[in-house]
Design a protein around this ligand. Structure first.
Ligand code: AMP
Ligand code: MN
Ligand code: MN
Ligand code: MN
Length: 278
């Protein structure tokens, strides 16, 4: 039986596990096809030049940050060629943007009366792509927030001071990089943008017009109601359906590798294009 998990993170971005440990856990959980989709980097794939490990097949992926209207969105690229020049240039740009964004986030938090967190955040991030979770960690460590969730709620989440999204490229551009690299662009966790049904439909329409090919109908643990709504949206727009845990940490039990509801029967799974079951 196929059990794809097409949205996961390693410690090359904000995940806890190394690529090897992630793959090990995925095999243990019965995942047959795994996409590592780190934020704005494909470096985890350096560990797997063959793309196969005993027990499962890797689907090369990435999760790219983008902008749509006045919100930050995430677009997953699946089945990409990580070495494609256009994608590489895009990823290099994203890394620069992350650095500049970190500076802006630090400045904004300072204006709220918090200490300058930039150097500590840089140190925490090390070689991983620098992001808001590192700021959250820092805020918790110094007692400004009681946990990561509280740090996002007060300082870093949608619409808060640390939500610096204006630097990200428009979704059109990001979709182009993925397509140039031979991949399919997947709108990640559409329910998490907290949009009204009308706005979400608008986003999905623009995403299609820009060359997007799929949406995540199942992302981690979500309600059946959400899944059904997203399935309708996928079918209305002739989009393939993807699914993934968005796994970050082993202690997030709600979203372990491969542990999520199956796709509804009436959608077309994105892997039908490339996974053969002969
Ligand atoms: P960034 O890539 O820098 O924009 O940071 C976004 C990441 O922060 C997401 O991919 C999540 O892993 C994490 N995140 C977002 N919201 C929350 C939250 N409320 N609590 C904890 N982590 C979060
Ligand atoms: Mn993340
Ligand atoms: Mn995401
Ligand atoms: Mn993710």
């Amino acid at each position: 039986m196929l059990k794809p998990d097409l949205h996961t993170h390693t410690n090359f971005s904000d995940g806890a596990l190394s690529p090897k440990d992630l793959v090990h856990r995925a095999v243990h959980n019965g995942v047959t096809h795994l996409a590592i989709t780190d934020h704005d980097t494909t470096d985890a794939y350096r560990d797997f030049p063959e793309l196969t490990v005993p027990g499962l097949t890797l689907v090369p992926g990435v999760e790219l940050s983008a902008r749509w209207m006045k919100i930050g969105i995430h677009i997953v690229g699946l089945n990409i060629h990580p070495d494609n020049a256009e994608l590489r240039a895009g990823i290099a740009l994203q890394q620069n943007t992350r650095e500049e964004r970190a500076q802006q986030i630090a400045t904004r938090l300072r204006k709220l009366g918090l200490p300058d967190l930039l150097s500590e955040v840089r140190e925490l991030a090390g070689d991983s792509t620098i992001g808001r979770p590192h700021f959250a960690q820092c805020l918790v460590k110094h007692g400004h927030s009681k946990d990561m969730r509280a740090a996002f709620k007060k300082y870093l989440g949608n619409g808060k001071a640390g939500d610096v999204m204006h630097l990200w490229p428009a979704q059109t551009e990001v979709i182009e990089w993925i397509t140039a690299a031979g991949g399919i662009a997947v709108l990640a966790h559409p329910a998490r943008y907290k949009l009204t049904a009308t706005k979400l439909r608008e986003l999905v329409r623009d995403f299609c017009d820009a060359g997007g090919g799929a949406i995540e109908v199942v992302s981690g643990s979500q309600t059946t109601e959400t899944t059904n709504k997203l399935a309708v949206l996928a079918n209305e727009h002739d989009l393939f359906a993807s699914c993934g845990s968005d796994f970050h940490h082993p202690d997030n039990r709600w979203a372990d590798l491969g542990k999520f509801a199956p796709l509804p029967a009436d959608v077309t799974p994105v892997w039908e294009q490339w996974i053969t079951t002969a």
